[in-house]
Design a protein around this ligand. Sequence first.
Ligand code: UDP
Length: 253
Amino acid sequence: MARRKKIYEGKAKILYEGPEPGTIVQYFKDDATAFNAQKKDVIEGKGVLNNRLSEYFMTGLAQIGVPTHFIKRINMREQLCRSCEIIPLEIIVRNYAAGSMSTRLGIEEGTQLPRPIVEYCYKDDALGDPLVTEEYIAAFGWASQQDMDDILSLALRVNDFLSGVMFAVGIKLVDFKIEVGRVYEGDFQRLIVADEISPDSCRLWDMETGQKLDKDVFRRDLGNLADAYTEVARRLGVLPKNASPITKPTLIN
Ligand code: UDP
């Protein structure tokens, strides 16, 4: 790892140059941040869990024909991915009101929405990732109309897939965020799901008890974050069913 050239270090991941042109290595850190990095901690085991969970979701998406940047997991903390040009938007899909939507509109958390709502935030930490409209996106050239059509279709497909996968293990998918990147193939470009899909970027509630199994555990001081992520991994079969709450997880494969 030390020999790899660092391309970028974010709040939860480091990107390194990959072994082949057109590839990158994503390294998952144990760092947890919230409220635009005003709250920070190191949660032992989080990076390992998110690496494995993101692999699980991205692999499943590829199997149903949703293109992603994921190529293969390299080790406990790293995965090989296709490099792409990230569109500077956080694409949020909501099935139930929560978080900033509840605050903004005064809708009680957990209220089921009449249909999935997709919203866009401009990726800029200094500005706190502000919510933007499609008119802003077109006017500032962040994405074309064709890109927006493709992004909407990708976001809804990811929503259907993740909702189903979670439903099967007794978890409600409240909302999530994805990022999308552009890849060039000859004269064509297409969009693929990039970054990560993990409990860091989703809201996941136990269907029966309403227990939170996502980053809100950290944001709102509700308990041990690694235990919550371990529970998600265990239910999905990514960790053995009898795995103890982890600090150093034993992973299947
Ligand atoms: N989200 C994320 N990264 C961000 C902002 C939001 O992964 O920078 C996810 C968040 O975990 C949640 C969804 O997007 O699953 C909607 O977040 P919301 O807008 O409610 O913001 P928050 O309440 O987290 O500030």
